[in-house]
Ligand binder design. Structure first.
Ligand code: AMP
Length: 416
């Protein structure tokens, strides 16, 4: 099987490592890729959000399967363009990707499907926003309706900050605050059959102790020792299957990766958000533990044959990833700094480039790279992930020091 992987971040590096481990994958081409991906795949230039360009590249590279990593190409219709060429593609149609592309659309689907989620209003002016804020009370949750790479959400006790964010975004979803630890559950689906991966937890805030602004994610771990037994079955029954059925009913079946972001509240799991693709950095820990060949799994979802796929197999133990971010991230990340010590297994590239001429590795994004490690338990995996980052030098870089710490200490509790 020849696979074309679209994207160039940490998620795609993790997907690339998973795909090349699958003996059924004879060739991996990545576009645009990154310096880490270039170690394991043939890299081609492409504008990942250009449907015609990606479809043409899929034909030119004789791809049997196209895997689309990021959300922007999905929302732009890249999966539709590839499918129109008769090539199997892992990733939903533009219409189904609205589950991530529009928070208001996602709320509408959840309401129709009876999925447990935060009560919410879609607001487009100051008056309706203020009314919604006052109905729910603090802490206030205000979400940009459109794609914002995980950074369009403000959770604050400051009413004027909540109003200011709404004014900046234009159209927002204001919703009730969900109290409880968060879980990310990835589900591989062909639109009907659905296979859940291991639940993981990520760390959205920039600072230790969940302080500071939201980011794209500063670290992750799996499995979750504190998750209630039966959690995955409950979420499949109450969230995933009703959502997939509602999208089929609307004539826009969702095939690809359904990311369910949950808060474990006193009233049970509640959906915080859906994404239409693998989440970063959780992908790095989940795929590090997946023993089932990844190419075959994604191909089955892309070709509507997931019902015949064997049950997933997982490695024993745990995985932890810690993100190394650039100075100034998330507000104003500094790029173009030299990175040393990154050429080691377990270092996943998220925002890096090679300098023309001498080939030096440079930072090129807010989240620059991650140290991802497995171990017999969370403590061992965590120690190994931090040891990986210890060897990396990047001027001014920042990382959280508490990834997986609360889980290891048994300090995560579900309210109620
Ligand atoms: P989202 O982009 O919707 O995932 O939101 C980003 C982050 O904001 C989530 O991972 C949560 O940490 C936080 N968040 C979003 N919605 C809520 C909510 N209703 N209650 C509490 N926290 C939330």
């Amino acid at each position: 099987m020849r696979v074309l992987l679209v994207g160039g971040g940490g998620r795609e590096h993790a997907l690339a490592l998973g795909l090349v481990r699958d003996s059924a994958v004879d060739a991996l081409i990545a576009a645009p890729g990154n310096p880490g991906i270039a170690e394991v795949a043939e890299v081609k230039a492409v504008t990942a959000t250009d449907p015609a360009a990606v479809a043409a590249l899929a034909v030119e590279t004789a791809a049997d399967l196209v895997v689309i990593g990021p959300e922007a190409p999905l929302v732009a219709g890249v999966a539709d363009a590839v499918r129109a060429k008769g090539i199997a593609v892992f990733g939903p149609s533009a219409e189904a990707a609205q589950l991530e592309g529009s928070k208001a659309f996602a709320k509408d689907v959840m309401t129709a499907a009876g999925v447990p989620t935060a009560r919410a209003y879609v607001c487009t002016d100051e008056e309706s926003t203020a009314r919604a804020l006052d109905e729910f009370g603090a802490p206030y949750v205000v979400k940009d309706d459109g794609l914002a790479a995980g950074k369009g959400v403000v959770v604050t006790d400051d009413r004027s900050a909540a109003l200011a964010h709404a004014a900046e975004c234009g159209r927002v979803v204001v919703e009730e605050f969900l109290d409880g630890p968060e879980v990310s559950l990835f589900v591989v689906t062909d639109g009907e059959a659905a296979l859940p991966l291991l639940p993981a937890q990520d760390f959205k805030r920039i600072g230790d102790g969940d302080i500071g602004p939201n980011t794209g994610g500063m670290g992750a771990y799996a499995p979750l020792p504190w998750a209630p037994p039966g959690l995955v079955d409950d979420v499949m029954r109450d969230v995933v299957h009703p959502t997939l059925a509602e999208l089929r009913r609307r004539g826009t079946p969702f095939a690809g990766l359904l990311y369910v972001g949950l808060a474990m509240t006193a009233a049970g799991p509640r959906v915080i958000e859906f994404n239409a693709r693998f989440g970063d950095p959780e992908t790095q820990v989940v795929l590090a533990l997946l023993e089932t060949p990844l190419g075959g799994l994604l191909h089955a979802a892309a070709t509507g044959t997931l019902a015949e796929h064997p049950p997933l197999r997982w490695r024993d133990g745990a995985a932890v990833t810690v993100v190394l971010a650039a100075q100034g991230y998330p507000a104003a990340p500094r790029t173009g700094d030299v990175i040393t010590g990154a050429d080691r297994p377990g270092i996943i590239h998220a925002g890096t480039v090679r300098r023309a001429g001498d080939g030096a590795l440079l930072s090129a994004g807010g989240r620059v790279l991650c140290g991802t490690a497995t171990g017999p338990d969370l403590t061992a995996a965590r120690d190994a992930a931090y040891a990986l980052l210890d060897g990396v030098e990047l001027a001014g870089s920042q990382h959280r020091t508490d990834i997986a710490a609360a889980a290891i200490a048994g300090r995560i509790t579900i309210p109620g």
